[in-house]
Design a protein around this ligand. Structure first.
Ligand code: NDP
Length: 246
């Protein structure tokens, strides 16, 4: 499905990003993976992905650092040439009720989730324009659509990603560049492992399908959006949430 294509994935060494990397590699894509450190886990992921037959390289970059993003994107373009798919997946939470949120907790979440998505997209957009093609997939969250108590900073960052996605879709549609957002519900990863058993049980009660999702559930949708099967879809926000927000 993606033979000969190249994908850039931020935060692609664990959680949802890793599942996306697997799915795209299984379907033939080469891969530039961005992570914050070359941890043992990150290196293992790259080795596992290479076994699927794809060309895979790890790049170290903090997506909230605009200068680092520019230099790493130049390196990726020099290494791979054509870039077909960009998945802005890197994200963090710093949960707290609003009066207790520190300025740092607000900045961190907006800087990584929203500004990181903007910086990375900005640094690849000229390449997509030169190519007259590209599929950008931004990982938002249902929390960006429905809100969630204790996550005002995170909800704002994820809602911001939706506005950004739609604006990019409008600005670059004529250049054959598509930009869509995926809004996962609660998915089992390191991020949701932080939930207590009581919180997890409470969340499950609200999900019509009764369970948390798996990273692969998100990856399947990303594969579809990345592929030519979605060649006339842009500016969309698609939920993968077991019906949490219907
Ligand atoms: P994890 O905490 O498991 O992984 C987060 C990933 O983001 C890691 O790969 C991490 O890289 C990367 N990352 C974090 N900060 C930075 C940074 N400053 N620069 C570069 N990379 C960074 O999270 P999930 O897999 O659960 O989440 C992935 C995305 O999905 C996030 O955007 C999240 O908001 C979103 N999401 C998750 C949901 C869930 O229920 N899990 C629900 C809805 C949305 P490293 O390994 O180097 O630290």
């Amino acid at each position: 499905m993606l033979k000969g294509k190249t994908a850039v994935i931020t935060g692609g060494t664990r959680g949802i990003g890793k599942a996306i990397a697997y799915k795209l590699a299984e379907n033939g894509a080469n891969m530039a993976i961005i992570a914050t450190t070359a941890s043992q886990k990150a290196i293992l992921t790259i080795e596992e992905l290479e076994k699927l037959g794809s060309r895979v390289r790890l790049y170290i970059c903090d997506v909230k650092n605009a200068d680092q993003v520019v230099s790493v994107s130049e390196e990726i373009i020099a290494d791979f040439g054509k870039i077909d798919i960009l998945v802005n997946n890197a994200g963090i939470t710093r949960d707290n009720i609003l009066p207790s949120l520190s300025a740092m907790e607000i900045d961190d979440v907006i800087d990584v989730n929203l500004k990181g998505t903007i910086f990375v997209t900005k640094s690849f957009i000229r390449q997509f324009v030169r190519q007259r093609s590209g599929s950008i997939i931004n990982i938002s969250s249902v929390v960006g659509l429905m809100g969630n108590k204790g996550q005002t900073n995170y909800a704002a960052s994820k809602a911001g990603i939706i506005g950004f996605t739609k604006a990019v879709a409008r600005e670059y549609g004529k250049k054959n560049i598509r930009c869509n957002a995926v809004a996962p519900g609660f998915i089992s990863t390191d991020m949701t492992d932080k939930l207590s058993d009581e919180q997890a049980d409470e969340i499950k009660k609200q999900i019509p399908m009764g369970t948390l999702g798996r990273p692969q559930d998100v990856a399947e949708l990303v594969l579809f959006l990345a592929s030519d099967c979605a060649s006339y879809i842009t500016g969309e926000v698609i939920k993968v949430d077991g019906g949490l927000y219907v």
